[in-house]
Design a protein around this ligand. Structure first.
Ligand SMILES: [Zn+2]
Length: 254
């Protein structure tokens, strides 16, 4: 049991449950998941209010949990992309020395009326994003904002399990909408992703069709490549991920 108390960032514990059903969690797994989400609520709410949720570490995520809950998270972390349909691949883990820019007080509201949480981007991605938005502003008289930028692998793991109940407790199905921690471009500064939201709060999470129809999206399709940004999930993609016109990743200017 001591193993579970010393789960290090980036490492999976040997306690992972090998019998995780990828098509639908067993009833016992669902019970553990429900208790885990309940027990993480205070931590997640506190970090969200502080604007530091995207930087959550595995140590911080595991701290409020009991051994069964930790073993459940370990089992999800141990799922390999090869076990799921499609070819989503492992991406380089963040460099612990990576420098992030914090993005606060963006002048945009989510469809539910709430402000956008504070976001983070690696310095290089942030600079390229600003440069691209200056060009969009000049051409279109409008720009996009960051609904979601960097998310640590621990934050990504939390999001993955948070969305599991909304996708019939199926890891396979959830993976079409939320990447596994090791596979998310949001958690890999080498290929940093941004989910965009426009000034009217049109975003991918709630209004995918409207986002696809935006002149801002048309502008990105024509111009983003010049700034080093690329659409990650076109309508049909080898990763079997749903079409995400709002999700772009930065590869650096060529
Ligand atoms: Zn995204």
């Amino acid at each position: 049991m001591m193993l579970l108390l010393t789960v290090a960032d980036g490492a999976s514990s040997a306690m992972a449950d090998p019998s995780l059903d990828l098509d639908r969690l067993e009833e016992s797994g669902i019970t553990v998941l429900e208790s885990l989400l309940h027990d993480l609520e205070p931590l997640v709410n506190r970090r969200r209010a502080q604007g530091t949720l995207p930087l959550l570490t595995f140590g911080e995520l595991y701290a409020p949990l009991n051994p069964a809950q930790r073993a459940f998270l370990d089992a999800v972390r141990a799922v390999a992309p090869e076990q799921l349909q499609g070819a989503s691949r492992r991406l380089p883990a963040p460099d612990p020395r990576e420098q992030f820019e914090k993005i606060e007080n963006q002048p945009v509201r989510l469809p539910d009326g709430n402000p956008v949480d504070d976001q983070y981007l690696p310095k290089k991605t942030y600079q390229a994003y600003q440069k691209m938005m200056q060009a969009m502003q000049k051409n279109l008289g409008k720009r996009l904002w960051v609904e979601s930028g960097y998310r640590s692998p621990a934050h990504q793991l939390y999001l993955f399990v948070f969305y599991l109940p909304k996708h019939n407790h199926s890891i396979r199905e959830t993976n079409r909408f939320v990447a596994l921690p090791r596979c998310s471009e949001h958690g890999s500064p080498a290929r940093q992703a941004i989910d965009f939201i426009n000034e009217q709060g049109i975003n991918g999470e709630d209004k995918p069709k409207e986002f696809e129809a935006l002149p801002e999206y048309a502008w990105l399709q024509k111009n983003a490549g010049r700034f080093g940004f690329h659409l990650s999930y076109p309508r049909s993609n080898s990763a079997n991920t749903s079409f995400e016109p709002w999700h772009w990743h930065y590869e650096g200017e060529k």
